[in-house]
Design a protein around this ligand. Structure first.
Ligand code: GLN
Length: 306
């Protein structure tokens, strides 16, 4: 049996030298205000026990981690049909890249790069119209067993005012008829979902269904089918860290998803879910210390999928 409290203390100590190495995201001005020297991590087990280190109550902007929730909702509703609009291949390009999209006719490589997540959010907008964001937020509240989760209006507006690349992406996709709703509605929902605030405890709980064949082990609620859970985990492994997905799989060996807010979630199948937060990013936009902490976790415990 792993001594998790001791393990987390060891990890916290070993990541300290990395605190000067990364950079907080600043292309969304409101994100640049966070204290760069933060680190927290939560390990959430199926029986409700959790272990943590750092300030696990500190909420941060989940950013691209929201793409896991929207993809889950879209896959649940559309099934395989969704892949006609968004592929399931790694992109090998930055999360906000435009180039591939043009020569691949507006079909994004996967739902975890911005282009793919925007299409996914559009697919949900076709179902839920004006209440799409509320639907996404309610789903997140359900999977994390926490009704108190909100979004940050300042971060939302900051991204709205500076989201030139995302506007370019959505316009490009629309030109290929792969956006079915008004672009303003879809992009607003996308920016709002990115500005949802959660802490490592809430995020670790919210990922448990992916570690447990689609069933939330704390409530026994079936969230998605076992086969769909497998697909989502596979995509997290191959695409969850954009052009650093290979590096993350190589170092950590777990399905994971990062966000430019500094969070990373990771799934240990049939065992637990983990969330780590540290806002300094590497050059691919993933938490530098978060990646290291997860690498240390799987190296020290042997708990990877390989
Ligand atoms: N809201 C961010 C964006 O669209 C999300 C990017 C990310 O977390 N990688 O640019």
């Amino acid at each position: 049996m792993v001594n998790y409290p001791l393990l987390l203390k060891e990890i916290e100590k070993e990541i300290q030298p990395l605190f000067s190495k990364g950079k907080v995201a600043n292309y969304i001005p409101a994100l640049s205000k966070v204290d760069p020297k933060q680190f927290s991590m939560t390990i959430q087990l199926f029986d409700g026990t959790s272990y943590g280190v750092g300030n696990q109550n500190k909420a941060f902007s989940i950013q691209s981690i929201s793409k896991v929730f929207t993809f889950t909702l879209a896959l649940k509703h559309y099934g395989k049909e969704l892949y006609q609009r968004v592929n399931h291949e790694p992109s090998g390009n930055p999360f906000n890249s435009l180039v591939q999209l043009e020569y691949e006719n507006g079909i994004p490589r996967n739902p975890f790069i911005n282009a793919g997540a925007i299409v996914t959010t559009d697919s949900l907008t076709s179902i839920h119209k004006d209440s799409t964001f509320e639907h996404i937020l309610n789903f997140i509240k359900k999977t994390s067993n926490d009704e108190s989760i909100v979004y940050d209006n300042e971060i939302f507006h900051s991204e709205m005012a500076n989201g030139y690349r995302n506007m370019a992406l959505i316009n490009m996709i629309k030109s290929f008829n792969n956006i079915h709703n008004p672009i303003d509605d879809v992009i607003k929902t996308y920016f709002k979902q990115c500005s949802i605030m959660m802490n490592t405890q809430q995020l670790a709980q919210s990922m448990l269904f992916l570690a447990n064949h689609g069933i939330n082990p704390l409530t026994n609620e079936v969230i998605i089918t076992e086969s769909q859970a497998k697909r989502i985990n596979s995509l997290m492994l191959t695409c969850g860290h954009y052009d650093a997905s290979g590096d993350f799989a190589y170092k950590v060996g777990l399905p994971g998803k990062s966000g430019v807010g500094g969070g990373i979630v990771a799934v240990v199948p049939q065992k637990m879910a983990i969330c780590v937060y540290s806002p300094q990013l590497n050059s691919q936009g993933n938490s530098l210390i978060g990646t290291k902490a997860l690498e240390l976790f799987t190296t020290k415990t042997g708990l990877s999928i390989f």
